[in-house]
Design a protein around this ligand. Structure first.
Ligand code: PMV
Length: 362
């Protein structure tokens, strides 16, 4: 679908007022997106598991106004005004304005909250931008009742991408691919698509326990990190590798080969951080405790033969991935050996989810 298909034609009948509420989850990439072109176009395709418990819940009240020159909105976080979130939302609205001309004709009150602790080192940009995009699409659906469900979700993902790249993978489906890939039907740089294959039962309710190693603000934002892939000495090989890892992972998700899953996922996590270390300027987001946890996971896996592995996002926290049937042993292992390396002993138990869900539609 070309970009121009996402431009909504002007609507003649605007409703006076509407209230919607959506929740959208975070996601964890298995093949990582790192590096982008203009307009949030990824330099390589990626795939993620959608999470279930770490999510943002956003309600939006839309009220028709008499002028349509500027955006007009209030932003509440947990019910209280939050001025410092406003510039990000303003920028998002500017980016999506061409595709949603009706937005300037409304005043919005956006009220948002996360189910995970605010400064946990878990980025709320993916779930937050996804939840806001779903609310905007609910309004557009009222203005254009003939809209198909496919278009609704595809445009929601398209809008979310313009807010924060990986947010486009937080809309719909247990595993989501974003970025053109020769072997994934329907894949696109413009929006995320539900993994089209049949996911093997080994991945049913796959678990992700997020160990909060460092809850502080990151020293280098992901925007800066993506940009450092421009002119990076290993960029071309890395982008090529992501295509090939996605081909391999496609097979693995279908055939349930957990040994290969572990190899691809851990290699992707370490390659992401290797790219950071080889950037100019270089940086390190892992902490000593991140490495300690990784080593302990490797030792435990060797001794127990349980197919547990780790992945990392752009930070020090460790995502521990494992089959649901091993939950008891892994949570015991985390309690016995890993909590000591988490800030204040904190971790969050999550698992594969299905994507955004509507809470209220008035
Ligand atoms: O969506 P962004 O710009 O915050 O970038 C996310 C980058 C990684 O989390 C490191 C990888 C990914 O694919 O999610």
């Amino acid at each position: 679908m070309p970009e121009s298909d996402f431009i909504a034609a002007p609507f003649l009948n605007l409703i006076e007022r509407g209230t919607f509420s959506w929740s959208a989850p975070s996601n964890i990439a298995l093949v990582k997106y790192w590096g982008k072109k203009a307009h949030q176009i990824p330099a390589n395709p990626s795939i993620s598991f959608t999470l279930n418990n770490c999510k943002t819940i956003t309600s939006v009240v839309f009220e028709k106004k008499s002028t349509d020159e500027d955006f007009s909105f209030e932003l509440l976080f947990e019910g209280k005004p939050k001025e410092d979130f406003k510039p990000k939302i303003e920028k998002f609205l500017e980016r999506i304005a061409t595709y949603c001309l009706y937005l300037k004709q409304y005043h919005f009150t956006i009220d948002t909250r996360n189910t995970f602790p605010h400064s946990s080192g878990i980025a709320s940009s993916a779930s937050g931008m996804a939840a806001l995009s779903m609310n905007i699409m609910s309004l557009e659906k009222v203005l254009n009742p003939k809209m198909t469900d496919d278009y609704f979700y595809q445009k929601a993902s398209f809008l979310a991408r313009l807010g924060s790249g990986s947010a486009c993978r937080s809309i719909k489906g247990k595993a989501v691919v974003w970025g053109n890939h020769a072997e994934i039907n329907g894949s696109s740089d413009l929006f995320g698509v539900e993994f089209p294959g049949q996911i093997h039962p080994n991945f049913e309710n796959y678990q992700d326990t997020i160990l909060l190693v460092d809850k502080g603000e990151k020293q280098v934002s992901s925007t800066v990190g993506h940009n450092l892939m421009n002119g990076h000495p290993y960029a071309e090989n890395r982008f090529h590798q992501a295509h090939s890892n996605l081909s391999k992972l496609k097979m693995v998700l279908e055939n349930g080969d957990l040994q290969s899953f572990i190899e691809i996922v851990e290699s992707e996590a370490l390659t992401l951080h290797a790219m950071m270390m080889a950037s100019m300027p270089y940086f390190i987001l892992m902490k000593p405790n991140t490495l300690e946890i990784i080593n302990r996971i490797w030792n435990f896996r060797k001794q127990s033969n349980i197919p547990v592995c780790f992945t990392l996002d752009a930070g020090a926290n460790v995502h521990v991935l494992y089959p649901q049937k091993n939950k008891v042993e892994i949570l015991q292992f985390i309690q016995d050996e890993l909590v000591g390396y988490c800030e204040n002993g904190q971790y969050i138990c999550d698992e594969i989810g299905r994507g955004a869900s509507l809470i209220n539609n008035e």
